[in-house]
Ligand binder design. Sequence first.
Ligand code: SF4
Ligand code: SF4
Length: 462
Amino acid sequence: MCAILVNKGVKLSRLSFFNSILASRLYPLVFQILSGAMFALVLLYAFLGPPLGEDNFAVVVTWRLWWLLLPLSFFLFGRLWCGVCPVGAVSDLAQKAPAPKRRIAGDFLKKGGPWIMGSLFLGLFWIGMVRHICCWPRETAVVLLLMVGGAVTMSLAYHGRVWCRYLCPLGMFSGIYSMTGIVGLRPAKEVCRNDCRIDKRQVLQAEMKVCPLFELPTTLETNRNCNLCGNCVKSCQYGAMRLTLLHPGRELAQVKRPLTGEVFFALTLVAIAFVEAIQTTRLFPSYMQWALEKNILTSYDLVFSLSLLAVVALTMGSYLLATHLYTRLSDGGKPLNPASFAYSFLPLALAAYAGVSAFRLASHGARAIQVAINQLTFSLAPFDLPPPVRGSFYQVDLPVKALQLAILALGTLGALYVVARVAKRGGDMGALSRALPHGALVLLFSATFLYLFLLPAGVILH
Ligand code: SF4
Ligand code: SF4
């Protein structure tokens, strides 16, 4: 199935079966219909189902299954989720609706997009934690409907998926983690150069219309803004756009112009992974109890919010320190833009997030599936449900711990690999040694995650 082609001296496999799916007229429509049907069920059960989240289809499907499986999908399939996302599909539908005058996204959105998406994601994470949105069906529905509202509004006001490219809180989350992925769509440049008989200006004009995320497919070098919608695959009669196996992490090391908003977001994702990991241990309730008993602050939400900010600030601060040391070590040498190193932390953050997800799935994934099936089959309800999980201790077997540690080890190696490759772009003999502060920071973060993963399992909070 996998034919081999040589691209820039690197052997890459071409995934012909998946390429034929991308080229099919039924793709992504069939998947969008399926995810749309699931989305409709989620909304239905959110408003009409049981009030307690862990017994409600909407909550278990959204937060106990989909949200926990998402990190794996970024690694395996890049940003495929955005190609089949029901909100994105609604956005495409709204594009077809008549609207007075659609505009083209301006500089504000283009420059501010990463900041807006990063801030919205952090805000969503924060509000999700303090309002425990993932416990409550209606709150879950409100968040989803707000996203639909945002996508429709932007589709009526602008051409293309402006919501997905510049505003959606999940857009940059999906995009930046997809850069760690093992597959991506790339142009076979030799086909464009040698076989394509179409005038290049016409190709450019067609490309600008074809990509809903405003990429130029024939120059595509990143997964970040490609949702694998397949439009460009279908529109190229020479078959130049191909789904390709990628070296994981290499794309992260090749970011030539790091965006400050993305750098901020990449480090925020490390901080969020820390908070997620801490929450699965007994350290979290002990810390909150200590802070409240000491009367340092009297509100749980305030303690949590300030602690979250402190973790973000600590993560940023340690990165800035490593960057400062790198710049000092580069005195007289050829320093790169040190912001390039921020992308190195993404494999580690994704691994930590996936480790926490594996832990949660092992603890309450089976019950979540049973709840979902019971609710869909109404009175048949084939499963005798175990008692509610909220408030009980996580059940963690040795194989799950081993899996977590293996994922963390892979993420750490991936992060060190990216640090080394970024450093090598410096070109001279001392390039690797100058990157020691960033390498050491990867190890420090990894050791902290390891410590958290080895702590006794805590209480399931949501
Ligand atoms: S960017 Fe957001 S709305 Fe758009 S497809 Fe991705 S998750 Fe869905
Ligand atoms: S490059 Fe654009 S058109 Fe092509 S698959 Fe990706 S998002 Fe779709």
